[in-house]
Design a protein around this ligand. Structure first.
Ligand code: GDP
Ligand code: MG
Length: 294
C-alpha cells in the first residue's frame, strides 16, 4: 500500500498552452468547490483530486506577465513568485514544438527550490512523432526539471503519468480537505446553482416558489462552454416577474450567473437563459404520456 501524500499544485504556463484543458482532464468532469470554512489558504483553489493514495489540491496563480517589461509587471511577477513559493509542486505547461521566448520568461519566474514538472502538451498535434524525443532532450538543459512528461490534455494521453510524477513530489501526509469540506458537483449542477442563486438574490420575496432551473444544453468546446438554461415557473404571471421590466431582471440574472461561471470554470461561457411556463397540469400530461397514455 502506497503511503498517502497530499499537497498544493500550481499549473502555470503562457496563455493557450492548454492549462485549463489539462486541469479539467486531471480532475475529470467534476470540479470541486471548497466551502467557505475551508478557505484558510491564500490560494484560490480551482479543483481537488482525491485518490486513495493522494490528494492533489490545484491552485490558481495570478497571471504571468511575460510580454512586457516594466515596474508594474515586475511587481506582478513578484506576486506570482510568492504564490508559487507556497505550493508543493509546480507543473509548467508548454506546447510541443513551440518552446519560445515567452516560455523562457516563465521559466525565469519559477522557484529554484521546488519540484517543477514540465508537461509538454498537445503531442497529438505533432506531425513528426520521431521529433518528440530529441525535442524533450533539448528541453532538459533549460531548467532542472523534476520530470518531463509529454501529454495530450485534449486526448488524455499520458496524463496519468503526469499525475504519478506530481504525486511523487508531494509531501507525505493526510489529505488536506475532508469530504465534508468539499462538495463534488458537476459543472452542470453548478451552472444551475449559480442561476438559482441569482434568482433568489434579485427576486427575494417576489420569487415564485415553484420555480426550478433546468440545464437544457451544456457543451464544452475547449475552454468555451455553451450553456442553455430554462427557469421553469408554474404560472404565466410568474414568467413576467422573472423577466422583469423590459427584460432587465432576466438580463441581470444571466449576466451575473455567467460571470460566476466564467470565474469558476476558467473559460468563456455563452449563456442563454429563458423562462418557461410549465403548469402542474402539463407535468401530469407528460407523466401520462411517459406511461403510454395519450
Ligand atoms: P490555457 O489558456 O493555457 O488555459 O489553454 P486552454 O486550456 O484554454 O487551451 C487552449 C487551446 O488549446 C484550446 O483550443 C484547447 O482546445 C487546445 N488544447 C488544449 N490541450 C490540447 C491538446 O492536448 N491537444 C490539442 N490538439 N489541443 C489542445
Ligand atoms: Mg485557461
Amino acid at each position: 500500500m502506497n503511503e498517502l501524500r497530499s499537497g498544493y499544485v500550481a499549473i502555470v504556463g503562457r496563455p493557450n498552452v492548454g492549462k485549463s484543458t489539462l486541469l479539467n482532464r486531471l480532475i475529470g468532469e467534476k470540479i470541486s468547490i471548497v466551502s467557505r470554512k475551508a478557505q484558510t489558504t491564500r490560494h484560490r483553489i480551482t479543483g481537488i483530486l482525491t485518490r486513495p493514495d493522494a490528494q492533489f489540491v490545484f491552485v490558481d496563480t495570478p497571471g504571468f506577465q511575460t510580454r512586457h517589461a516594466g515596474a508594474l509587471n515586475r511587481a506582478m511577477n513578484r506576486g506570482v513568485t510568492q504564490a508559487l513559493a507556497d505550493v508543493d509542486v509546480v507543473v509548467l505547461v508548454i506546447e510541443a514544438g513551440h518552446f519560445d521566448a515567452q516560455d523562457k520568461a516563465v521559466l525565469r519566474l519559477l522557484p529554484q527550490d521546488k519540484p517543477v514538472v514540465l508537461a509538454v502538451n498537445k503531442v497529438d498535434q505533432l506531425k513528426d512523432k520521431a521529433a518528440l524525443l530529441p525535442m524533450l532532450a533539448s528541453l532538459s538543459p533549460e531548467f532542472p526539471f523534476a520530470a518531463i512528461v509529454p501529454v495530450s490534455a485534449a486526448k488524455g494521453t499520458q496524463t496519468d503519468d503526469l499525475l504519478a510524477e506530481v504525486r511523487g513530489h508531494l509531501p507525505h501526509g493526510e489529505i488536506l480537505f475532508g469530504e465534508d469540506e468539499i462538495t463534488d458537483r458537476s459543472e452542470r449542477f453548478l451552472a444551475a446553482e449559480f442561476i438559482r442563486e441569482k434568482l433568489f438574490r434579485l427576486l427575494g420575496d417576489e420569487l415564485p416558489y415553484a420555480s426550478t432551473v433546468q440545464i437544457e444544453k451544456f457543451e464544452v468546446d475547449g475552454a468555451l462552454r455553451r450553456i442553455s438554461a430554462a427557469i421553469v415557473v408554474d404560472r404565466p404571471a410568474h414568467k413576467g416577474i422573472v423577466i422583469g421590466k423590459g427584460g432587465q431582471t432576466l438580463k441581470r440574472i444571466a449576466t451575473e450567473a455567467r460571470q460566476d461561471m466564467e470565474r469558476l470554470f476558467d473559460g468563456k461561457v455563452f449563456l442563454e437563459v429563458f423562462v418557461q411556463v410549465k403548469s402542474g397540469w402539463s407535468d401530469d400530461e407528460r407523466l401520462l404520456k411517459s406511461l403510454g397514455y395519450e
